[in-house]
Write a protein that binds this ligand. Structure first.
Ligand code: NAP
Length: 504
């Protein structure tokens, strides 16, 4: 018997979890399709990752024209690569213009979601109380849970510790001894911003990154005027950026060949920016470019080469009082330790909150095999659950917003089917899901992400790539243009409404 409290906050046709790019995009398309829904957002603001990440220098390394919704282009971008405040402002404006804001319940975190096979509903526990929904769209974001490594003695460290995604804006690094752990996309943006302020900066590098020249520039006022007057021009620029990435960058990543040009560009950049041969050797990666996300920046390497920076390549053994200690026994004093250590992606704990029809959580299912789904969107045994930016929807060469947008017609198609055909449960067939994942893995086999000789967040603990879409992204969009009901088991509603069965 269902807990009647799940009705206290009301029942919704659809509950959307998260108000980032995914949740906002979903809400817009659901509203256009006339589907009733609510968005639950744990923060007090929209934006998702672009609200959470406020570290100095936070910027998108995908061109702005492409890193935005196709239906809401922004002629006002101030730079070809936008900074976080401007992306957040864009998302807030879109959410306001399209009426999404009114449908968001802020400060409301979903703590559990359980499929109830009696009522054919999702029963949710939230920090604002219980509720229920016919369908659930999880747009919780796959880069939303900070990975915080454990170091011996960290509990008694006397300095401040900050993860890049949990930045304390009131902390001033001016005149401080700062340690940064990590050399990924976040670190290369933080380091150049804090190096001029810090008294001493230590960058702890476990793996050198491939640093490419950054091509960003301010967008001129005549360009703004042109985009305002001629939206088709901005669409053309967007299309050029999109197809350049698809046809010039993706093929190299997919076949792990023709990466020499990228390697040469990065090595030339390194040579031009770091005169010291010994330092250059430390900064030269030993794996194939593209295996980890390529990081474009013009000011990271000069910041590493600056007089007040030390690049530490010895492994960290622990923390002691106000010191960080490395394997060679050297102790360095720190006022603040910045963890630019990335996110829990393949071991994200949010799926542990979602329980399917057989009583197992999505986390348990993924732990017993590997993270996977169908079309990156649905999961066998989890009826009426749709995930945005789910397994194997990640990309290393273009915009995730494109992938999220590609999922929306599919999700809306499924929800329309539920509503219009009197269907109460859609559950993807396990054989369809299995052969889909075989296809994905086959295509990934020769890719640089799998063969490039690095360990990255793209791979799970079994070494399986459960994050990247291994083909042209327009093929993903084509696949998901139509909801393929034949791939699903469906249950038609009984003559008595489910709510009446339980509560009547
Ligand atoms: P990341 O790429 O996963 O990098 C984490 C860094 O921390 C790596 O250098 C890693 O070293 C190091 N690290 C982790 N644990 C460590 C430990 N115990 N000891 C020493 N070093 C340790 O994380 P990120 O930089 O936050 O980026 C994550 C993703 O967020 C990116 O790939 C990208 O998709 C997204 N992002 C995007 C942008 C953008 O511009 N669009 C900006 C920031 C982030 P190893 O390499 O040796 O593992």
């Amino acid at each position: 018997m269902t807990d009647p409290r799940h009705h206290e906050l009301g029942h919704h046709d659809v509950v959307v979890i998260g108000a980032g790019f995914g949740g906002i995009g979903a809400s817009i398309k659901l509203a256009e399709a006339g589907i009733e829904h609510v968005i639950l957002e744990k923060a007090s603001e929209v934006g998702g990752t672009w609200w959470a990440n406020k570290y100095p220098g936070c910027r998108c390394d995908v061109p702005s024209h492409l890193y935005s919704f196709s239906f809401a282009l922004n002629p006002e971008w101030s730079n070809t690569y936008s900074l976080q405040p401007e992306i957040h402002q864009y998302l807030r404006k879109v959410a306001t213009d399209y009426g999404v804001i009114e449908r968001v319940r802020f400060d409301t975190e979903v703590t559990a979601a359980r499929w109830d096979d009696t009522t054919k509903r999702w029963l949710l526990d939230t920090t604002a109380g219980p509720m229920s929904a016919d369908a659930l769209i999880s747009a919780h974001g796959f880069l939303s849970e900070p990975a915080v490594p454990h170091f011996d003695g960290i509990e008694s460290f006397t300095g401040q510790v900050m993860h890049s995604a949990q930045w304390d804006p009131s902390y001033d690094v001016k005149g401080k001894r700062v340690g940064v752990i990590g050399t990924g996309a976040s670190a290369v943006q933080i380091v150049p911003r804090i190096q001029p302020e810090a008294k001493q900066l230590y960058v702890f590098q476990r793996t050198a990154a491939w640093i490419l020249p950054h091509r960003g520039r301010p967008i001129r006022s005549w360009e703004h005027a042109a985009y305002r007057r001629l939206p088709a021009l901005q669409r053309l620029v967007r299309a050029l950026v999109y197809y350049r990435n698809e046809f010039l960058i993706l093929p190299a990543l997919l076949r792990s060949k023709r990466l020499d040009l990228i390697r040469k560009m990065a090595l030339d950049h390194l040579e031009a920016q770091v005169p010291d041969r010994e330092l250059r050797a430390k900064l030269t990666p030993t794996f194939a470019p593209g295996c980890k996300r390529l990081t474009p920046t013009n000011d990271y390497l000069p910041a590493i080469a600056a007089a007040n920076t030390e690049l530490v390549t010895e492994g960290i053994t622990g923390l002691r009082g106000d010191e960080i200690v490395t394997a060679d026994g050297v102790a360095r004093k720190l006022d603040v330790l910045i963890l630019a250590t990335g996110f829990r992606v393949t071991d994200n704990t949010f799926p542990a909150r979602i329980t399917g029809r057989h009583g197992r959580t999505l986390r348990e299912v993924w732990d017993s095999a590997s993270m996977g789904g169908y079309n990156g969107t649905t999961f066998a045994g989890f009826p009426n659950l749709f995930m945005l930016a789910g397994p194997n929807t990640g990309i290393g060469h273009t915009s995730l917003v494109y992938m999220i947008e590609a999922q929306l017609p599919y999700v809306v198609g499924a929800l329309r089917h539920l509503k219009e055909r009197n269907v109460v449960a859609l559950d993807v067939r396990p054989d369809v899901q299995a052969s889909y994942n075989e296809m994905i893995q086959r295509k990934l086999r020769l890719s640089v992400w799998n063969t490039g000789g690095c360990s990255s967040w793209y791979l799970d603990k079994l070494g399986r790539n459960s994050t990247i879409w291994p083909d042209y992204t327009f093929k993903f969009a084509k696949r998901l243009r139509r909801f393929d009901v034949e791939s699903y088991y469906q249950e038609v509603a009984p003559s008595v409404a489910p709510a009446e069965l339980v509560y009547g």
